[in-house]
Design a protein around this ligand. Structure first.
Ligand code: FAD
Ligand code: NAD
Length: 453
């Protein structure tokens, strides 16, 4: 027998949980369906535990910077408090009861299981059928992209899930992929004593960022004894319990380690979700949505599944718009022009809007200005750990910033002012005539503005 509800939310990660909770609070009959844990990837295997690991790694690095500035320090890394904190504080040992209760406490109806669309506004969960009067929200996220590298499939490789739930750091680790997950986790494990090798197929680490940022990060990681191979492809993976992993590279070299972390991106998987019954292509790389996050009649999608940026803050931003639209309140379309992102390496790499290359590809007349942080007053005072840079990308015809990078200590925080400048299209002439507090890291923005040319 079909159960009637106002809205079915499929997937209760950051995007889906927010939509479902808010709509329930607004008085709708909401059915939230989750196959794994309410909260999704971010709190259990993503942002939160990885940032706890990074906080611990950064403390170790900072303590190691004491000599020459503040005396001496004998640092003995210990993974146990990190593993304990992830179990006790972040994930409740991967138990989502608190999150389920939070949703049902708002009046939501929770169903544990794997949902599939069976028609417009029709959803089936392990034999239970639901009809949604207002519609269905797809918020099914992404999963790790495992490339067809010969041999890989047959090995006990790690994904982010194994890495964040590790009870001890491996003696050695190969990281395939030098994007955000790869570099964040590579640096953490290296700081806890793991011998780490990063293999990135493109020419720079974090290739979605400005190349200057990737190259500086390579320098920093190498100084921390991380082996970095860029412009190199993994061609064959082998594993044996006795000798661990061995990866043959396209430059003829071979790297070996106890563990292998695959961090070569994430992908949307629509197969099995029945989207064809709602008029969507199950082979698509993402669910196409309009500015109000509508994917069809009575169908919305939010979060990673929309392909607009696999970040929790994108999922939450889209969720707010979808909630408003489902409740019938008009409002502005989603605007990704000033999408901020932060790779929480040390130094942090914050960026917003377009890179120089992206701006040029769009045919803009581009001016850039770059200021290295160590030469700013604050960078010089900071001394050890002061690596970083500010890079600005200006649309010279309009005289506004269309992109910016802030890499450095607290680079993600410094980003905020630049994000406002890009979002609000503040004229560069105004930015040049404002007062930047002395001696802050963000004062390097003023230096970069002076160099725009
Ligand atoms: C290691 C790592 C670190 C990260 N760090 C950051 C960070 O610092 N900052 C940041 O902004 N982002 C970060 N992210 C990305 C962030 O985790 C995602 O962007 C975010 O979780 C996306 O939310 P979502 O709601 O779209 O999907 P998800 O969190 O993926 O949740 C989707 C949910 O849908 C469920 N589901 C899927 N199919 C079905 C189905 N058919 N039926 C029922 N349920 C289903 C899944 O079980 C899952 O719980 C990180 C990711 C990783 C892996
Ligand atoms: N701090 C954050 O906000 C944060 C942190 C982690 C993850 N995330 C999100 O999760 C997403 C997934 O992270 P990710 O690091 O897996 O993906 P990613 O797309 O950021 O990086 C994947 C990297 O793997 C490389 N690669 C692809 N094929 C390869 C191969 N055969 N050999 C070697 N390298 C190869 C790519 O060139 C790329 O640099 C991110 O794009 C981001 O949206 C965000």
């Amino acid at each position: 027998m079909t159960q009637h509800t106002d809205v079915v939310v499929i997937g209760m990660g950051p995007g889906g949980e927010h939509v479902a909770g808010r709509l329930a609070e607004a008085g709708l009959h909401v059915t939230g369906v989750e196959a794994e844990l309410v909260g999704g990837e971010c709190p259990y295997w993503g942002c939160v535990p990885s940032k706890m690991m990074i906080r611990a790694g950064n403390l170790i690095a900072e303590a190691r910077r004491i000599p020459g500035i503040a005396g001496s320090a004998d640092v003995v890394p210990d993974w146990q408090p990190v593993a304990d904190r992830i179990r006790d504080e972040a994930t409740d040992d991967w138990n989502d009861q608190v999150a389920v209760d939070r949703f049902t406490g708002k009046g939501g109806h929770f169903v544990r299981g794997r949902a599939r669309l069976t028609g417009p506004r029709q959803v089936s969960v392990d034999g239970e059928e639901f009809t949604a009067r207002r519609g269905v929200v797809l918020a099914t996220g992404t999963r790790p992209q495992i490339l067809p590298i010969p041999g890989l499939d047959a090995t006990p490789y790690w994904t982010n899930r194994d890495a964040v739930s590790a009870k001890e750091p491996p003696a050695s680790l190969i990281v395939l992929g030098g994007g955000s997950i790869g570099v964040e986790l590579a640096q953490v494990f290296a700081r806890f004593g793991t011998r780490v090798t990063v293999v990135e197929v493109l020419d720079h680490l974090v290739p979605a960022e400005e190349p200057e940022a990737g190259d500086l990060l390579t320098e920093v990681l190498r100084a921390e004894d991380v082996q970095v191979h860029t412009g190199v492809r993994a061609e064959q993976v082998d594993h044996s319990p006795a000798s661990g992993f061995s990866v043959r590279l396209s430059d003829g070299g071979t790297v070996t380690a106890e563990r292998l972390l695959v961090a070569t991106g994430r992908r949307v998987d629509l197969s099995g979700l029945g989207v064809e019954h709602a008029g969507l292509d199950p082979m698509a790389r993402a669910v196409a949505v309009n500015g109000q996050l509508r994917a069809g009649d009575g169908l919305w999608a939010v979060g990673d599944v929309t392909g607009k940026g696999a970040f929790t803050h994108v999922a939450m931003y889209q969720a707010e718009i979808a909630i408003r639209d489902i409740l019938g309140t008009p409002g502005p379309d989603a605007d990704y022009g000033a999408l901020p992102k932060v790779t929480f390496a040390d130094p942090e790499i914050g960026s917003v809007g377009l890179t120089e290359a992206q701006a040029r590809d769009k045919g803009l007349r581009v001016r850039t200005g770059t200021a290295p942080l160590p030469y700013s007053a604050r960078g010089w005072i900071h001394k050890a750990g002061n690596q970083g840079l500010i890079k600005l990308v200006e649309d010279a015809d309009r005289g506004v910033l269309v992109g910016a990078t802030s890499m450095g200590p607290a680079g993600g925080e410094v980003l905020y002012g630049l994000a406002v400048a890009v979002q609000a299209e503040v004229p560069v002439s105004r930015l040049r005539h404002m007062i930047y507090a002395y001696p802050t890291f963000h004062r390097a923005v003023e230096d970069a503005l002076a160099k725009l040319g």
